[in-house]
Design a protein around this ligand. Structure first.
Ligand code: PA5
Length: 446
């Protein structure tokens, strides 16, 4: 097995009796998801994606990745939310959070379209100067404002640098198969396009072209990534949570929520997991946070954050628990050297691998936090390679869907995201929003 779940430190609220009581709800959630009778069932294509994916498109992704690797030193990936986080998370976890600074034979990859900061976008424009680059614009709807603005900026840059014809050969668009402004533009200009399947929502789309093209450009083996997800899919198809760690995780986090632990901290001991935490936060936050319900997903990287959030976790308000993802084997080892003078008093660690110290920090912290009333669910994974990352992605996606159904919400919509957009458009003077604009201006001037 690739992933090992340990709920021993999950606290008193998680016991055999409480789990047994929740069993019918888990079975119902399983039924909703597997028979397509639950809320949002039009968006469950990700469930079988690891085996049902479009082989032709998969081959085209690899071919485009090869072309980008051969003609570009830099790939600009444009997207936001589910059209951004998965690719970055996988690249950083498997390669490094310092990916762009590594010595490598693959292009640098920068992400934009996820901010409207003029400073951040301008910085990236100057990074592109004097470099050969390509663009992958990603938007399922094809209408999201942030990536649309970024695409206008970087497309213009590319056309100025190479001329319209060559620029068109350096633009790759991942969007709906027929709808949206981005699709219309791509068809008009002859850009290479990839499809976001209709039945896969943004935050569940990392194993489609949305994530796979940038991931393949980073030199990551996307077959092995899919294989991990495939094996996880077989492993977690069992309805009985005693035999299904993924369902058990979903059940345990719901028990903790019901016992007053409203915040779930996704924790890891590898800085390369930072963006996976961001992906986790979007996956669970958008899926569960609605109808006045939902765990608030947060994150921390230890031991770094033990010197910032650690105090709060140990002794602050008792409303949180941790889900700790721990990788057993580091990508690289470092042995602590001996100092004959032992000036720093650290010779008790001489000759020890640094990963051993990291493990002891994990074990000690888990116990200390559990003693302090911040229980922990532990997910141990052998290593952060392609296979295990694919497995982990499927584990969390499935856990999120089951968990959302146990909670009683639709885990596949995000109606609340529209409110800020409506106000922003009104304040920007978009045609059709005149009445809203007058009302907002009145409130802002009060
Ligand atoms: O998970 C989601 O559905 C969202 O986070 C979307 O991915 C995000 O809003 C971007 O949407 P789009 O891909 O349509 O530009």
């Amino acid at each position: 097995m690739s992933l090992c779940l340990n709920i021993k430190y999950a606290g008193d609220a998680v016991n055999d009796e409480a789990l047994a009581k929740l069993r019918p709800e888990v079975l119902k959630a399983h039924d909703y998801l597997r028979t397509g009778t639950g809320k949002g069932s039009d968006f469950t294509g990700w469930l079988d994606l690891a085996v049902n994916y479009d082989r032709e498109e998969f081959a085209a992704i690899k071919a485009s990745a090869d072309k980008i690797k051969s003609d570009s030193g830099l790939l600009i990936v444009i997207g936001i939310g589910g059209s951004y986080l998965g690719a970055r998370a996988v690249i950083e976890l498997i390669k490094s959070n310092n990916y762009n600074n590594l010595k490598k034979d693959t292009p640098d990859i920068y992400f934009t379209g996820n901010t409207i900061s003029s400073t951040a976008v301008s910085e990236l424009v100057s990074i592109c100067e004097d470099r050969d680059f390509s663009i992958n614009a990603i938007s399922k709807s094809g209408t999201t404002t942030e990536p649309a603005i970024a695409f206008r900026v970087f497309r213009d840059l590319l056309v100025k640098k190479y001329g319209a014809d060559e620029a068109a050969k350096r633009i790759y668009v991942t969007t709906d198969k027929s709808k949206g402004t981005l699709k219309a533009l791509a068809d008009r200009e002859g850009y290479k396009t990839f499809v976001v399947p209709d039945d896969v929502g943004g935050r569940y789309s990392v194993l489609t072209a949305v994530g796979l093209l940038p991931i393949a450009v980073a030199g990551i083996d996307i077959d092995a990534l899919m294989k991990g997800a495939q094996d996880a899919r077989s492993k977690y198809s069992e309805p009985d949570m005693d035999k299904n760690d993924c369902y058990r995780y979903a059940a345990v986090r719901n028990l903790l929520y019901r016992s007053g632990k409203k915040i779930e901290l996704c924790v890891a001991y590898e800085p390369s997991f930072t963006m996976m935490c961001e992906w986790f936060k979007q996956l669970f936050g958008e899926s569960e946070g609605k109808d006045g319900l939902g765990l608030y997903p947060s994150s921390a990287i230890f031991s770094t954050d033990l010197h910032s959030l650690g105090q709060y976790i140990q002794q602050g308000e008792r409303h949180l628990f941790e889900t700790v993802v721990f990788f057993r084997e580091p990508k690289q080892e470092l042995i602590i050297n001996d100092d004959p003078e032992n000036v720093d008093g650290l010779n008790f660690l001489s000759g020890k691998p640094l990963s051993y110290v990291n493990r002891k920090a994990f074990e000690g912290t888990l116990l200390a936090h559990a003693d302090g009333g911040a229980p922990g669910i532990v997910i141990e994974v052998d290593r952060s390679d392609e296979y295990n990352t694919g497995w982990l992605i499927y584990f969390f996606e499935l856990a999120c869907a089951i968990s959302g159904y146990i909670l009683g919400v639709n885990p596949f919509d995000q109606p609340g995201v529209e409110s800020y957009k409506k106000n922003m458009f009104a304040l920007l003077g978009k045609p059709g929003y005149e009445r809203e604009k007058a009302e907002l201006l009145r409130r802002l001037s009060e």
